[in-house]
Write a protein that binds this ligand. Structure first.
Ligand SMILES: C[S@@+](CC[C@H](N)C(=O)[O-])C[C@H]1O[C@@H](n2cnc3c(N)ncnc32)[C@H](O)[C@@H]1O
Length: 336
């Protein structure tokens, strides 16, 4: 496929598609796992190369329609599972050595634009934000969860400075009515004295809520571990993140368990023996979208791509990784 030609023609923009194709070399064939299928941008582009197979996951049932279209075209080389990627190891049929596992994190523009799902500030329905296969919705969290816990969620998962004032207003309002999307946006904008021409002031709280509703940090941490288990030596793990917490986790994971970690930082765990490395990472720095892509798709601006190759060492459970981010894992544990 000539991706330079095709990029302009795509209505849905798979982020950094050209870079992904150049790093993962589908022209040489191989089996790929697309952990975050979405509208199938990566899966379809990989399948356009004749010797590839793609196994795809998405937790959102509404992506089945895109998966079915691809299935019709590539029946023998494509499989789709409506599952969370942290469950990748429950699929026993994956027998070929995997060439590459891809995670393109977060939500899709399709999910964002469906106003009934509550991801957008302009949503018309109730506060929902569930991508699929969830337990709680944002509505339950905002209207029922202990206020102190909501404060922590806004503070640490949204990095929202005004978290106390916002939660104070939520606490007052929810005594009178069930808070919906409109109420929440209005309330946050009032607390933060929204100025025109700025990004919506509710962005940070919405991010925090979406993360916690979908257990995105736990999914990422256990997804990275399960993907590592699945890969044979030489197999690649490639991750695209969109916000600082995700990138902090992915950066730590690759640096702590790869060759480059040795001299990198005194904050990383001491790897006592060389066998405690799981990856070889060709480059330390993340890769970002090209200027050309940014001019076509502004939402690529916060994307960061990192990747590594599984080395020959036996898998071991990365305890330090779990310990390091335990605080976030605990934040996502919600009981009402
Ligand atoms: C950024 S979009 C992916 C877009 C895709 N690369 C494309 O080209 O269309 C992220 C997708 O991953 C899905 N997703 C997010 N977290 C997931 C998880 N833990 N397990 C499975 N799917 C997940 C979302 O439902 C969404 O459809």
């Amino acid at each position: 496929m000539n991706t330079t030609m095709s990029l302009e023609n795509l209505k849905h923009f798979p982020v950094m598609l050209e870079k992904i194709l150049s790093i993962t070399t589908p022209q040489h064939g191989g089996t790929y796992i697309d952990c975050t299928f979405g509208a199938g941008g990566y899966s379809e582009a990989l399948l356009e190369f004749s010797n590839t197979d793609v196994i795809a996951f998405d937790r959102d049932k509404s992506t089945n329609i895109y998966a079915n279209k691809i299935l019709k075209k590539y029946k023998k080389r494509f499989k789709f599972y409506n599952k969370k990627f942290s469950e990748i190891n429950t699929i026993q049929e994956i027998s070929n050595p995997i060439k590459c596992i891809i995670l393109d994190l977060g939500y899709s523009m399709i999910q964002m634009k469906d106003l009934s799902r509550g991801f957008s500030f302009n949503s018309t329905g109730s506060l929902d934000m569930r991508m699929g296969l969830n337990t709680l919705s944002a509505k339950e969290i905002i209207n029922q969860l202990d206020e102190k816990k909501i404060e922590l969620i806004f503070k640490y998962l949204g990095e929202e400075k005004n978290y106390k004032k916002i939660v104070y207003q939520i606490s007052n309002l929810r005594k009178k009515k069930i808070i919906n999307t409109e109420d929440l946006v209005e309330l946050i904008n009032k607390v933060k004295k929204k100025r025109y021409n700025r990004i919506n002031e509710a962005t940070k709280c919405f991010q925090a809520l979406r993360i916690v509703v979908n257990n995105e940090i736990s999914e990422l941490i256990y997804g990275l571990i399960e993907a590592t288990k699945k890969l044979k030596p030489g197999g690649m793990l490639l991750v695209i993140t969109f916000h600082s917490i995700e990138d902090k986790i992915v950066k730590y994971f690759f640096r702590a368990y790869s060759e480059v970690s040795k001299s990198y930082s005194r904050y990383l765990p001491e790897l006592k023996v060389k066998d405690q490395r799981l990856f070889d990472c060709p480059q330390r720095k993340f890769i970002k979208a090209s200027e050309k892509e940014l001019s076509l798709n502004l939402s690529s601006r916060s994307a960061k791509l990192r990747y590594g190759f599984r080395n020959k060492n036996n898998f071991f459970f990365p305890e330090d990784f779990i310990k390091k981010f335990k605080f976030y894992l605990d934040l996502e544990k919600i009981s009402l």
